[in-house]
Design a protein around this ligand. Structure first.
Ligand code: ZN
Ligand code: FE
Length: 257
């Protein structure tokens, strides 16, 4: 039985904060609070008590709401990576997410996966069929390499890619339209990619988020999980393929859609 429910809380320009609600206890964990106010509004609307904060990485657009939340709710746990804890770069962090030691959230075990690449302290949280990827894996895209190398990111993405098909992907930003536009530019003859782009455009026009995606979708359509697909590799090894894709995306300007 899955008594977890995820509520999407849009924040700042294109960030997603998540409330992970444990229905049995009416408690919620908050993933990546960039801002406290919309999270508190959502929690009161859902009639849940916020008890913990899970941080995927230290960037301000994922952490700036922590002090305010800690002041206005009874937060027992602010968890993030050992790497970020050592550098004291997540405010009020009081727990370390160890990859070898899942932590409890109600009756659930939450597994933290270390996924260096976007930053060196990046983690993804996996609980039941839900995966919170921060800025490591986006719908049809991945984060920029601010601290890590292409080799580290490929290794991180390989581990995320190995999770089950039905895993729901909840990422840190709404970048799906630009990402699918880039993916379509790489493989213009894939009709299913164009359909996915149209579907994302319709969702956005209706004010709907494009999360969650699934790992099955990402494995099929996300170019950054296809670093070993012959169509994209063109004879290069996975790291060289990934690096070339990342560099091309960094330069890519989506056409007006
Ligand atoms: Zn970031
Ligand atoms: Fe971000």
């Amino acid at each position: 039985m899955n008594d977890l429910r995820v509520v999407v809380v849009p924040a700042l320009v294109d960030n997603y904060v998540y409330l992970v609600i444990d229905e049995a206890r009416r408690c919620a964990a908050v993933v990546d609070p960039s801002d406290a106010e919309p999270v508190l509004v959502a929690a009161s609307r859902e009639n849940v008590r916020i008890t913990e904060i899970w941080v995927t990485h230290h960037h301000a657009d994922h952490t700036a709401g922590i002090p305010d939340l800690c002041e206005r709710a009874r937060i027992e746990r602010v968890i993030g990576s050992a790497y970020d804890a050592e550098r004291r770069r997540i405010s009020l962090q009081n727990e370390i997410a160890r990859p070898d030691r899942p932590f409890r959230f109600g009756s659930h075990a939450v597994r933290a996966l270390e996924v260096p690449g976007h930053t060196l302290g990046a983690v993804a949280y996996h609980v039941a069929d839900d995966l919170f990827t921060g800025d490591t894996l986006f719908v049809a895209g991945c984060g920029r390499l601010f601290e890590g190398t292409a080799a580290q990111m490929v290794d991180s993405l390989r581990r995320l890619r190995a999770l089950p098909d039905e895993t729901r992907v909840w990422c840190g930003h709404e970048y799906t339209v630009a990402n699918l536009s880039f993916a379509t530019s790489l493989e213009p003859s894939r009709a299913a990619l164009r359909d996915a782009l149209q579907c994302a455009l319709r969702a956005r026009a209706a004010g709907q988020p494009t999360v969650p995606s699934t790992l099955a979708f990402e494995r099929a359509y996300n170019p950054f999980l296809r670093f070993d697909a012959p169509e994209l590799a063109a004879g290069r090894d996975p790291i060289a393929t990934f690096a070339a894709l990342r560099a091309a995306k960094d330069r890519y300007v989506p056409p007006a859609l």
